[in-house]
Design a protein around this ligand. Structure first.
Ligand SMILES: Cc1ncc(COP(=O)(O)O)c(C=O)c1O
Length: 415
């Protein structure tokens, strides 16, 4: 198959589909390892630590793989701290990030003694302090700043503008850092920023790094004992042939000059860049329907109805996101104009519109590429659809790392 490297040959994909059915997510372990290594290598000998953003793909085996690769963990509210612990991480390997952490979640993070709670608001800092005081401990806090920088990605995944719900203004963060420095139950360990995801230009990354570093320098000069600067995640991947992206080397060159001025350890929270291209969604064509010919060209157009849909991969329906879709074993013949849609009762359940596929028949296998990040984690049970199986491939061998749900699994929660 051409395009984004997957490393998994078509005959292996066919064998996986026969063994486990479809839809099935298939992950390439070697590619994940390689990308993890490459991103870290790009930072060279500048002191840095990678905390894999579990939100991108929270399947336990993938999180364990990240740990094997030397990455630590970035966990969000919800179950991600528990996933990190079960994957073998120590609390000191975990940064805890995200808007709207509940009291119970903060208590869990404080009592575990995670490496840093990336605090989003003055109120959250107060709640952390009260919990730490109550538990007779000292909580390690980093302040998430909102640098008011446009990441230039899709508005739904941009987080660094002052109109977004994330982080605190630089002025608020400065005041907060001074307060925390004087608080007996809090240790300020760092500053944090994350301006968005799927970023494909260096300038916003540089601006965020500069804002973070400028604030750090002035706080260090006042004697605030910062230990690290957490630049978040956000590095984009090429979903479509020819889509320009930032390489790991360009990424490092964009952020390191600013960070280097502080001498502080750099924390990175990559998700998509590591796991996105290393995963794909394998799906079977279940029906074909003709639709009106293209009004301008008169070209015939087909609906190719797949057994995977928005409940398996939400990104196209949620953001209008593009994923390349290819046949596993392309048939010879002229390509056909088609919309590749899922079986869910929503018109937005479209995996790819206006695509060209080789001649296709019911039963054929298709691959939706670059689905390793924000794919399986965003699945839902709408239409009572069980979530897909997930398979990890390494050295020509594969194993199920998350079994397909059954309808009985779903019904067991109904009381
Ligand atoms: C705070 C934080 N860190 C890291 C990430 C990972 O981002 P990405 O997958 O784009 O690298 C996210 C996701 O948006 C995030 O919200």
């Amino acid at each position: 198959m051409s395009g984004t490297p997957t490393g998994i040959p078509s005959d292996e994909l066919s064998a996986i589909a026969s063994e486990f059915g479809t839809p099935t997510y298939v992950y390439d372990a070697a590619l994940m390892r390689e990308r993890c290594r490459a991103l870290s290598a790009a930072c060279g000998d500048y002191p840095h630590v990678m905390h894999y953003a579990i939100k991108a793909n929270a399947t336990l085996a993938i999180v364990r793989l990240m740990r094997e690769c030397g990455a630590r963990a970035d966990a969000n509210p919800g179950g991600e701290i528990e996933v990190a612990l079960r994957a073998g991480y120590a609390p000191s390997d975990i940064v805890f990030t995200g808007v709207g952490k509940s009291a119970a979640e903060l208590r869990r993070a404080v009592s575990l003694g995670v490496k840093a709670i990336n605090a989003e608001s003055p109120g959250e800092v107060e709640r952390i302090a009260a919990i730490a005081h109550d538990l007779g401990t000292v909580a390690r806090v980093a302040i998430r700043i909102n640098p008011d920088v446009d990441a230039g990605s899709h508005p739904h995944i941009s987080t660094g503008l002052k109109t977004n719900k994330f982080g605190m203004s630089v002025d608020a963060a400065r005041a907060m850092a001074r307060d925390i420095g004087r608080h007996p139950s809090l240790n300020i360990v760092g500053l944090h920023v994350h301006i968005g995801s799927q970023i494909t230009k260096t300038l916003p990354l540089t601006r965020a790094a500069e804002t973070l570093s400028d604030l750090a320098l002035s706080l260090l000069a006042e004697g605030v004992p910062l230990q690290h600067l957490d630049i978040g995640g956000g590095l984009g991947i090429s979903y479509q042939a020819g889509q320009a992206v930032v390489s790991p080397e360009e990424y490092a060159a964009a952020i390191l000059p600013a960070i280097r001025r502080t001498g502080l350890t750099l924390v990175l929270e990559p998700g998509r860049w590591i796991v996105g291209p290393a995963g794909m969604l394998l799906t079977t064509v279940v029906d074909l329907k003709t639709q009106p010919a293209d009004p301008e060209t008169g070209e015939p157009r087909l609906f190719v109805i797949a057994d995977a849909g928005m409940t398996d991969l939400l990104r196209p329906a949620l953001y209008g996101a593009w994923h390349d879709i290819v046949a596993v074993s392309p048939r010879p013949g002229p390509h056909v104009l088609c919309d590749i849609v899922g079986p869910v009762c929503e018109t937005t359940d479209t995996l790819g519109s206006g695509r060209r596929l080789p001649p296709v028949e019911v039963g054929d296998l298709l691959v939706v590429r670059d689905a390793g990040a924000y794919g399986a984690v965003m699945a839902s049970n709408y239409n009572r659809r069980p979530t897909a199986a997930e398979v990890l491939v390494e050295n020509g061998a594969w194993r199920v790392v998350r079994r397909r749900q059954t309808v009985d699994d779903l019904l067991q929660w109904d009381v």
